[in-house]
Design a protein around this ligand. Structure first.
Ligand code: DLL
Length: 429
């Protein structure tokens, strides 16, 4: 089902005209209301009326996470506090959270964005949707909550954690949609299997997001739960979830282009890459009231896929995120993305889908260790078999990564499980 066909199947020319009009409006709005942007635009000698085409977006300054830090907590807000009706924050990895605010209109737009991607992923008003993201300052839970409610589904705000109870209630309530991070959905599947509950569960759709995952991980989740799994993308600074989402064709995430103008740039130079090439996603929200931003540097690596989709939507899609510019590991001069390692491991015979990556330095040499769980603990008693499996994983990793990784096989159920975003890489250098 297409939630808003008049937007999602709009002609390309019409969409571009709408984007231009909203971009012009946004530049005027931030110039008048946000001191940081007035200063930056003045410094660049760009006036709002200089934005005459979508290509003129390149004349606008970037915004970065550091700008949030320097203006903590409310310095980038464009409306007085009396108009703010919600505050969220993302914890991030380094100390100070990134604080974001919403007006009532922002909340409504956000729900619309999320309702569209839930519908695209196959959810309907008939569904019972279990939200297993952690409720709180994280935008994931309330974002999906309001979006699914707008769609008319029955929302079960169970939050994350207490996994056995999650599974019991999933069966009792007849939940048909699961909202979670891919890593938590994987852990939940494991618990459901262990409890012998899988045949009492009626799940049919998984709406996953908030962290990277590979096609192999999607296939694993679909197989274990017996569902159609789609993913969606977003980030707190831009709104939360709701920037883009897969349709059931699973050929890239449809961007809510009437609300978000997306570019892909070379992360090193900030220059736009040729159409269809990989680079860093840069997003300008087009209708936000409380926290409008110009050209936000997401650090997420993707590419844009224009052209119509079999589902009937005409919106540009973005390919699954390959990684973040800041989570790329440089091992002995070679670039390694954790997603490449995940792609190799998942689905390999004899090992489970959980893994950990540890990077260290011995003298001047970077060392990478990949820890993987055995499916069958019995193998630990057979040196020969263990050795052969270790070698097989090592060799496959070598083909993909071009480097030697140390592979360590550990007993089943010993690696850490995650209830929210997974943290699988430890870089000790
Ligand atoms: O994770 C928003 C969200 C919640 C999106 C629920 C989808 C579902 P933050 O906590 O600010 O916001 O984290 C944003 O998470 O820059 C990406 O690196 C990563 N991320 C989010 N969705 C995906 C995805 C939410 N589908 C950061 N694939 C982003 C890969 C994702 N990475």
């Amino acid at each position: 089902m297409i939630f808003q066909p008049e937007i999602e199947t709009m002609g390309r020319e019409e969409m571009r005209a709408l984007q231009l009009q909203r971009l012009q409006q946004t530049v005027r709005y931030v110039y008048e209301r946000v001191p940081l942007y007035r200063e930056r635009l003045d410094a660049l000698k760009v006036r709002p009326e200089d934005i005459r085409s979508l290509d003129d977006v390149r004349r606008l300054p970037f915004t970065t996470k550091e700008d949030f830090r320097a203006n903590y907590p409310y310095g980038l807000f464009a409306v007085p506090m009396k108009d703010i009706v919600r505050i969220h924050a993302s914890s991030g990895t380094t100390g100070q959270p990134t604080v974001v605010g919403y007006t009532e209109q922002d909340i409504d737009m956000w729900a619309t964005c999320v309702a569209r991607l839930c519908a695209a992923g196959g959810a309907t008003r008939e569904d019972i949707a279990q939200i297993s993201f952690g409720y709180g300052l994280f935008t994931g839970a309330l974002g999906l909550h309001f979006g699914l409610a707008k769609l008319g589904a029955a929302v079960v705000p169970i939050s994350s954690g207490n996994t056995e109870r999650q599974i019991q209630l999933m069966a009792d309530f007849g939940s048909t949609v699961l909202v979670a991070t891919p890593s938590y959905a994987l852990y939940m599947a494991e618990v459901a299997e262990r409890m012998g509950m899988m045949d009492k569960i009626q799940l049919r759709v998984g709406l996953f997001g908030a962290e990277g995952s590979t096609e192999e991980m999607r296939a694993e989740l679909e197989r274990r739960w017996g569902i159609v799994a789609t993913e969606n993308y977003g980030m707190s600074e831009l709104i939360g979830p709701g920037v883009s989402g897969d349709c059931t064709e699973k050929c890239g995430m449809h961007i809510n282009e009437d609300y978000f103008y997306c570019e892909v740039v070379d992360p090193a130079t900030g220059e736009p890459v040729p159409e269809g090439e990989w680079g860093e996603l840069v997003v300008t929200p087009l209708m936000k009231q409380a926290l409008p931003l110009l050209r936000y540097r997401t650090h997420d690596i993707t590419r844009l896929l224009p052209g119509p989709c079999k589902c009937g939507r005409t919106t540009t899609r973005m390919q699954k995120i390959a990684g973040r510019t800041d989570d790329m590991l440089i091992i002995r001069g070679v670039n390694v993305f954790p997603s490449q390692i995940e792609g190799v491991l998942i689905g390999m015979e004899g090992i489970g889908p959980h893994y950990e990556i540890v990077v260290t330095k011995k003298g001047y040499m970077d060392q990478i260790e990949v820890k993987v769980e055995l499916v069958d603990a019995g193998l630990l008693n057979s040196y020969g078999e263990l050795e052969a499996l270790t070698r097989r994983i090592h060799d496959r990793l070598k083909v993909v990564l071009q480097i030697d990784a140390k592979v360590t096989l550990v007993s089943p159920n010993t690696l850490k499980r995650f209830e929210g975003k997974a943290k699988r890489v430890t870089d000790l250098r």
